[in-house]
Design a protein around this ligand. Structure first.
Ligand SMILES: Nc1ncnc2c1ncn2[C@@H]1O[C@H](COP(=O)(O)OP(=O)(O)OP(=O)(O)O)[C@@H](O)[C@H]1O
Length: 570
């Protein structure tokens, strides 16, 4: 019923129209039986017939034509309704993903679940409605045909209805096997989808070719295809057996009813005209019963998928209110902060103290995997600390407010396949994109673009202009500056910049930041030496902290790494 509610809310007019087509089909089927009876009457007992043969035949033709045309009308109406329902369910799904925090999103379980819902549950609300519509239409049909049959011979009806009981039980069995099959294969389909992306999508094309990886990836894809075929074949066999058993039951009931009609004629209990009408009614009734039991089966089959969808969309925290951007007067501080990724024993950040005062540039350095990006996500409110505290001007703010007040450029920032303007203004469309572009050093790039700010970037969707890695990095910087928050986190902001551009960025970083505070993550010690304070991380902990000169004088890990790096340039 909940699924029917979804469909009703998605398109009320469309649902009413679909129901009307269904009703028309059932009424037309009744018309076929009645017109058939009139035709037999006109042929066999013309004196007692209500209509002449020509009129009866015309009525039969009309009823048959209407009955035949409702099918295609319904099919097209269902297409429209199906799209509206899919849009509505997608909206619910997007609401759920919007609520999910980053930690949930990054856990593999969430991804698998989301994929299962995307693959299966989305189509089911509509399947349920189609089944309900089918059921309502066929119930009218079954009712009217039953009246006709009872008038001829009441015994015929239970004979046909009895065939439905095994059909419904078999549907339940089919539904269980189908849900178990979907559950089992989601992981496989996800892996196969990923390989298909690697083998077909532009961002991967260069590396896949450079590493000659196409053939090995293709053979992994074929392995998954083979595994999918084995599993699918088993499932199809199960369904074929179930369908076969159902058909045998229905055919048995139909044959029994027709034999009973023959016996009734032989015994002289009904005349030939009644027998003809009863035969048509039995045939039509068994068709309507097929639709009815099929619909019940469809409902049963969809039930576990819908329960899955309902559980998913109601899972997770309630929608958090939009965060408010705060000014930063004093500074941000983390005290004894700890954070572990789900399922990991070791803490990625373990008892860290960190301070960024308003307008300061603070650097975070350390070896790969030492916890710098994780700490940056804690500072930016993307993760909440499992222990310890996070302070903004001495108050503990909700994570949403922190996210609204801190901007992060990640190492693997997004290259939006949109215009340059949209790339910069993604956070809010009204603002001075040109000023942000010029602060990020994009003036020359902008001048060379055919349509300036409105040039499409990237070549994945439309025929856009592709930028170099360094130019994309400046676009990401422009996006961060445009958002205009009092604190910016820059994770390796110069990785793709040429030496001159990198030098310019870091020597002018304070002017570029325009008074904003920054947390700068970099492996290049030459870039971070100008920072007001440098934190050195190792295995999730801060092991040293101070200015460049203080850390060099301390002759610890920083001094060692700094010397190693400068020796490489000598
Ligand atoms: N999404 C994740 N799920 C589970 N573990 C993670 C996740 N991201 C990072 N880690 C683990 O947390 C630890 C710290 O990772 P983090 O990315 O913070 O290091 P980093 O210092 O930024 O490294 P790099 O210099 O290579 O960018 C690593 O051991 C890493 O394996």
């Amino acid at each position: 019923m909940a699924a029917a509610g979804e469909v009703w809310r998605a398109d009320r007019g469309g649902t009413v129209l679909a129901a009307m087509y269904q009703l028309l089909g059932a009424v037309a089927a009744l018309g076929v039986v009645a017109a058939g009876k009139f035709t037999f009457d006109a042929l066999l007992t013309p004196d007692n017939s209500a209509f002449g043969l020509t009129t009866a035949l015309l009525l039969l033709a009309l009823a048959t034509a209407v009955s035949g045309s409702t099918g295609p009308l319904q099919t097209q109406q269902h297409r429209l309704l199906g799209e509206r329902v899919s849009q509505r369910v997608w909206d619910r799904l997007l609401d759920t993903t919007a609520r999910a925090d980053l930690v949930t999103y990054e856990s593999t379980g969430f991804g698998t679940e989301l994929e299962r819902i995307r693959q299966h549950a989305l189509e089911h609300p509509f399947a349920v409605t189609a089944a309900l519509l089918g059921m309502s239409g066929s119930l009218v049909g079954v009712g009217t045909m039953s009246v006709v049959l009872i008038a001829v011979e009441p015994l015929l009806l239970p004979l046909l209805l009895a065939a439905g009981i095994p059909a419904v039980l078999l549907s339940r069995w089919a539904s269980r096997t189908e849900f178990a099959f979907a559950h089992r294969l989601t992981g496989l389909f996800r892996r196969r989808h990923y390989l298909r992306e690697l083998l077909t999508q532009r961002p991967y094309a260069a590396e896949v070719r450079a590493f000659d990886a196409f053939a090995p990836l293709r053979s992994r894809h074929e392995e998954l295809n083979r595994a999918a075929n084995v599993a699918l074949r088993q499932q199809v066999r199960r369904r074929q057996v179930i369908a076969g058993l159902t058909t045998i039951g229905v055919a048995g009931a139909l044959t029994g009813a027709l034999l009973a009609i023959v016996a009734l004629v032989r015994n002289g209990r009904i005349d030939l005209a009644e027998a003809g009408a009863a035969a048509i009614a039995v045939r039509l009734l068994s068709g309507q019963l097929g639709v009815l039991f099929g619909s019940i089966g469809g409902l049963l089959e969809s039930a576990p998928f819908l329960a899955d969808l309902a559980r998913f969309v109601s899972s997770g925290p309630p929608p958090s209110p939009r965060g408010h951007k705060r000014a930063l007067v004093d500074g941000v501080a983390l005290r004894d902060v700890r954070f572990s990724y789900p399922g990991q024993d070791r803490a990625a950040v373990d008892g860290v103290d960190l301070e960024i005062r308003a307008g300061e540039v603070v650097a975070l350095v350390g070896e790969n995997g030492s916890g710098k990006t994780t700490l940056a996500k804690l500072v930016a409110g993307l993760y909440d600390p499992a222990a310890g505290s996070r302070w903004w001007d001495g108050t503990s703010l909700p994570a949403a407010d922190i996210r609204a007040s801190v901007t992060v450029i990640f190492q693997d920032f997004v290259r939006y396949q949109m215009t340059l303007r949209e790339n910069i203004t993604i956070s809010a469309p009204t603002g001075d994109a040109v000023a942000a572009a010029s602060s990020a050093g994009l003036t020359r790039t902008l001048g060379a673009l055919p349509e300036g700010m409105d040039t499409m970037l990237g070549r994945d969707l439309d025929e856009g202009v592709d930028l170099s890695g360094g130019q994309w990095q400046r676009v990401a910087l422009a996006r961060a500056l445009y958002r205009d928050t009092p604190l910016i986190v820059l994770d390796e902001p110069a990785a793709a910049l040429d030496p001159r551009a990198e030098h310019e960025l870091f020597t002018n970083v304070r002017a570029t930041l325009g008074g904003r505070a920054a947390l700068l993550i970099s492996h290049r010690f030459s870039s971070t030496r100008m920072a007001d304070r440098i934190y050195v991380m190792d295995a999730g902990r801060v092991v040293e902290c101070g200015t460049h000169d203080e850390l060099m004088a301390a002759a610890g890990q920083y001094a060692e790494l700094y010397r190693l790096q400068s020796a490489a340039y000598r």
